[in-house]
Write a protein that binds this ligand. Structure first.
Ligand code: ADP
Ligand code: ZN
Length: 732
């Protein structure tokens, strides 16, 4: 009697893995007897003498070499985590395909906590005991100071305190630090959908009802929540979050930057009784492990995070929200160059759930999709509670020039004085960190340039350093010019926020000024302090970069001054006009959010520029219409597509010849125009010389396929990196 069973068994013994290895990505293995795996299982496999991590994948979806059965090695272990769900496996495939990235580099974002993969249990962290040291050293003093109230692994604490791990181990031995056992599986307190329900106004109610119905229906439904600043977009989508909670489903809320989360956490807690679960790159290892496991097991109800939260293995997703969806920081510009806003919509499609893109200044691409009926547009045209939109006025710097050596026009200064006298707040926006964007020697003209980048060093007076904003290179401000040796000769050219703060200090000596940049708001605690001070009225003037343009709600803030509206229009960015419009509209949106009306003064040398006049007249539609036509004419997104090929090497001639070789083999494709290669605007970045080719393609072109066929056969020297950027944003 012939028995078909062994056949079947043999078929199931063989598995294909997506593995995390720089060179190989697909390997076949044998499943040893007694081990059970299924697609999505996370496993450990042998590779040579080492062990590697892999995800079991459907073999027909993953091309690999056909290894004969007899050569297969056996899997070692199945890790104690839920299998990566099928919808997420499809998303990983889609993302890798669309962005021309390797599947393993995408999947790595899913398995973002290696500790979590080993299961739950406990881990040891350390904290200060409060003992006085018998022997004090400068390092110990620094650690005692920096680690007040902190708890973490030795490595994390060493980083926090900027001392070596050895110093901290010594402190453990001396009884200054004590171990604490942390349970990585302790559950999060439940978020309560009905904890503090707001009374929505009719517009908000209608929008909320639409979202709630979509959550209940549980099918793919993309929404563009297009509401003016202060219209209560957050309150509105919170109702959809509440519905997901009632139905026991998970919610992912993506925020563009971590600085915004503090405010979000507080609002969330007052609405749902407990903070949401945070996910971002600087989480402690134990928190990361706890959050990852809660997400994968479906215990985490609402996760709020930066873009990296998008690829986590949610067990039971019911809703995705992308807040401030127009923000460029959703685009990742290294590793997998993906746009989290766009991938969020794709994830919602695979998960069959609604997705809400919320913004007061949507990306043109999103508006276009709403026009085309792909997204449902939900509008909130009025501010909540009767607050009025601020009045916007232009200060033509050619006619109303600031005093020599100053940057604030007299009218702006007068308005600030008025606010100060009334006990109200002013906000000055300038998107430039540091004191001055360029520093040079008055005697010989020497300019301080970054050794690793085509960029000037920016003077930071708070820290007395010259810093590169691209690679992080820093040096102390020298006493003498390194070129000519003259002492005390450095002059600052142009303004940064620190310089504006100085100017405010001179013009309004009694004003309490806060500088808000990523340098000053570099931790959750710092953000919390700033928000508390601003709300208590302990700050009169805020001087900030794009970090203060969104998210904040300070009722006493009634004046916004845009120091240099023309700044964003410089440079060759494809979306410069749109970006400028968004930034200024957003920062304007900070003014007059409560009873007191707001006013915005925009300083410019180009009042006639389309974006400036649109801001002044409040005619958003006209601006978007003009911008849309310009994009249509140029075949730019969303009407055509862009891709960039970035070639880099530490060796300039090597980078150049590789770029030329790519240019020389460019396909002659009727639907694709190839521009370049040309040196990137920042030809040298982090020590690498960069050349760029730009591709402008029709929507119908099979861009990714063409790129693969074009670049696939080419060979480059070891030191050359070739990166593809689909739908690029940054053009530096
Ligand atoms: P947006 O995100 O659209 O700029 P917010 O959601 O920040 O607006 O809302 C602006 C302010 O109005 C916030 O302080 C918010 O708490 C308040 N607000 C909005 N809607 C309501 C409501 N229905 N009930 C109470 N407060 C509300
Ligand atoms: Zn640099």
């Amino acid at each position: 009697m012939s028995d078909p069973l062994p056949e079947i068994e043999r078929r199931f013994e063989r598995v294909r893995l997506l593995v995390f290895n720089a060179v190989l990505s697909v390997l076949d293995y044998r499943v040893p007897e007694g081990m059970a795996v299924e697609p999505g299982s996370v496993v450990v496999a042998p590779l040579g003498p080492r062990q590697i991590l892999g995800i079991v994948w459907e073999p027909e979806r993953l091309n690999g070499a056909e290894v004969p059965d007899t050569k297969l090695r056996a899997l070692l272990e199945v890790l104690p985590v839920p299998p990566v769900p099928a919808q997420l496996r499809r998303l990983i495939e889609w993302t890798a395909d669309y962005y021309c990235a390797s599947m393993s580099s995408v999947a790595r974002m899913t398995l973002a906590s290696s500790a979590a993969l080993r299961g739950g249990g406990t881990t040891t962290e350390y904290r200060l005991t409060g003992e006085e040291p018998a022997r004090m050293t400068p390092q110990r003093a620094a650690a005692l100071d920096a680690l007040q109230g902190e708890q973490g692994s030795i490595r994390e604490l060493a980083e926090l305190a900027s001392v070596s791990e050895g110093v901290l181990r010594g402190m453990v031995g001396a009884g200054l630090l004590e171990p604490v056992l942390v349970d990585c599986d302790r559950p999060y307190p439940p978020a309560l959908p009905d904890f503090a329900e707001p009374t929505l106004n009719p517009g908000q109610r209608e929008a909320a009802d639409t979202f709630v119905a979509a959550v209940a229906e549980r099918k793919f439904a993309p929404f563009l929540l297009d509401g003016v600043t202060g219209s209560g977009k957050t309150e509105t989508y919170f109702e959809a979050v509440a519905e997901a909670l009632r139905l026991g489903r998970q919610v992912l809320v993506l925020l563009p930057e971590i600085a915004l989360t503090e405010n979000f956490l507080r609002r969330f807690e007052s609405r749902f009784g407990t903070p949401p679960i945070l996910w971002h790159s600087s989480l402690k290892a134990s928190e990361r492990r706890r959050a990852w496991r809660a997400i994968a097991h479906g215990q985490a109800q609402v996760v709020v995070g930066a873009r990296s939260a998008l690829f986590l293995p949610y067990a039971n997703l019911g809703l995705i929200v992308v807040d401030e969806a127009h923000e460029v920081s959703f685009k990742q510009d290294d590793g997998v160059r993906y746009n989290a806003r766009d991938v969020a919509v794709i994830r919602a499609r695979f998960e069959a759930v609604p997705v809400v893109l919320a913004s007061a200044t949507p990306a043109l691409e999103s508006l276009q999709l709403a026009e085309a009926g792909v997204y449902t547009r939900i509008e909130l045209p009025d501010r909540f509670g009767g607050a009025q939109m601020p009045t916007i006025k232009i200060v033509d710097l050619r006619e109303e020039a600031p005093e020599r050596g100053r940057w604030l026009a007299p009218r702006l200064v007068e308005e600030m004085k008025l606010r100060l006298a009334r006990g109200e707040q002013s906000l000055l926006f300038l998107n430039r960190r540091g004191y001055a964007p360029l520093t040079l020697c008055r005697h010989c003209g020497h300019r301080f340039q970054c050794p690793n980048c085509t960029a000037w060093l920016v003077e930071h007076r708070f820290s007395s350093r010259l810093a590169c904003h691209h690679c992080g290179h820093e040096t102390p401000v020298p006493e003498t010019c390194p070129e000519c040796g003259t002492g005390d000769c450095l002059v600052a050219c142009g303004p940064g926020v620190e310089r504006i703060a100085d100017e405010v200090g001179e013009l309004l000596p009694e004003a309490r000024v806060a500088v808000v940049t990523s340098d000053t708001l570099n931790s959750r605690e710092a953000v919390g302090r700033f928000v508390a001070q601003a709300e208590e009225g302990a700050i009169d003037v805020i001087v900030g970069t794009q970090l203060v343009t969104k998210g904040y709600h300070f009722p006493e803030l009634t004046l916004v001054g845009v120091v240099d509206a023309d700044l964003g229009l410089e440079g060759g960015d494809l979306r410069a006009g749109e970006r400028t419009y968004q930034q200024i509209a957003q920062v304007s949106g900070r003014a007059g959010r409560a009873e007191k009306p707001g006013e915005v003064l925009i300083q410019t040398r180009h009042p006639e520029a389309a974006v400036i006049s649109a801001l002044a007249s409040g005619d958003r539609d006209a601006f978007y219409a003009a911008e849309t036509e310009a994009r249509r004419d140029a075949g730019a997104p969303p009407f055509g597509r862009w891709a960039a090929i970035i070639v880099s090497s530490e060796d300039q001639s090597e980078a150049q010849s590789a770029a030329r070789a790519i240019g020389a083999t460019a396909p002659n494709h009727p639907d694709m125009l190839v521009l370049g290669p040309a040196p990137a605007p920042m030809a040298l970045l982090r020590g690498r010389y960069r050349y760029r080719l730009l591709i402008n393609a029709r929507r119908s072109a099979e861009l990714q396929k063409a790129l693969a066929e074009w670049l696939g056969p080419l060979q480059f020297p070891q030191g050359v990196r070739v990166a593809i950027d689909i739908d690029p944003y940054s053009f530096v």
